[in-house]
Design a protein around this ligand. Sequence first.
Ligand SMILES: Cc1cc2nc3c(=O)[nH]c(=O)nc-3n(C[C@H](O)[C@H](O)[C@H](O)COP(=O)(O)O)c2cc1C
Length: 439
Amino acid sequence: MSQKPAAGRISFRMETALRSNSPGTTLLAKYQHSKIRPRRAVKVAVSPSASAPVTLAPRYEVPRDINPLLSPYTLGEFELSHRVVLAPLTRCRAIGTVPQKNAAEYYAQRTSKGGLLISEATCVAVTGHGYPNTPGVYTEEQINAWKPVTQAVRDAGGIFFLQLWHCGRSSHPEYQPNGADPISASAVAISKGTVTTPSGDAYPFPVPRALEISEIPGVVKSYADGARNSLAAGFHGVEIHGANGYLIDQFLKSNANKRTDKYGGSIPNRCRFALEVAAAVADAVGPELTGIRLSPYSEFQEATDPETLDLNLYLVDKLSEMGLLYVHAVEARISGGFEVEGSSESLDPLRKAFKGCFMVAGGYTRETGIHAIESGHADLVAYGREFISNPDLPLRFARPDAPLNPYNRDTFYTPDQVVGYLDYPFLKDVSPEAAQLAA
Ligand SMILES: Cc1cc2nc3c(=O)[nH]c(=O)nc-3n(C[C@H](O)[C@H](O)[C@H](O)COP(=O)(O)O)c2cc1C
């Protein structure tokens, strides 16, 4: 089911650059040992290549109590009809940082009545971008463009959380105002892989600029503003992206955070930025509408820490005290969007330490998801790659033998507004019998 990279650990960045249709393929080879090229102005992203008409998704309810994954769950004020969550998935289709019309149909296709969806990572500030065509939630235009998307999910009966994102050092001057260096906890660059610029070129990661202590409150505030804007755009709540080596993870993990002030060094100091963001967001929209994603064991984008278990136990304890709605933890076997060999650390200590809802993600199948709920490992299970290719995934999980469409990595991150986005078939189209029996 899940595809593995050909050899060992391979990064999402690397994978993006190695796509055969990516201009980064040649540039990667050309520039991998060179210095960063001279700065240029940010270019407007490429246009979508397809504008085929799109059929509206069939609205459906997932049959209840067929198995533990499809049993109801009360998430704070939300009555979920099942436990199969749409994981946050960057799709690189938000041209010029603005969600496009077809995003409404993309999310509606993946909505079931009472189902929980988490949006693609969405930047809280202009300095937060690090991938082409990723959306923001910090301008009027972006907020207005999200409204039909959230309305489509609401119309289909879904609960929709926006993932609040800042890439930090995982960016390039081409994304930054006035070609400035990206910001981070410390001036430590990601040493391997490449960053793809808005124009589609691939470069080595630049050395970021360490945030001045006086600047940190402004960055914290941008997450709170993003949370407020998300609710104004019609989202039900927000998930803070504290995972996968982005800005918050750059403060948490000691190999990216070399600070000697109150934001670096000890575990409480390295957790300070994450906790300030969580407190500011919770203050802005309420802790009962705030979740957070963490990837304690992921080494994605070189964010690692020998003390990660102790650090995360400290962190979730404080998040419990704040009354955050959920912790969404990525399993050790996952690095970004890939499974990796040899990582088997358990999330159970964090599950026990956190008082609210515990969601897990990473490499789950129908069967392992059922086991995760049955065994008490988690309350909710988020699915990424399989949900991209199976818009009605929860419905398919009603039957052990319902076929799953394979996903196509080549179309994960293209700007095409239809291909790999809206064109994966529904169960009723590939197996009317299974759809009939499931419903
Ligand atoms: C195409 C793609 C985009 C992703 N984008 C995000 C993202 O925006 N935010 C995030 O936290 N994780 C992101 N991830 C990681 C997924 O949320 C998920 O943790 C990972 O795919 C493992 O789950 P899976 O085995 O069910 O696919 C992405 C993964 C893929 C494959």
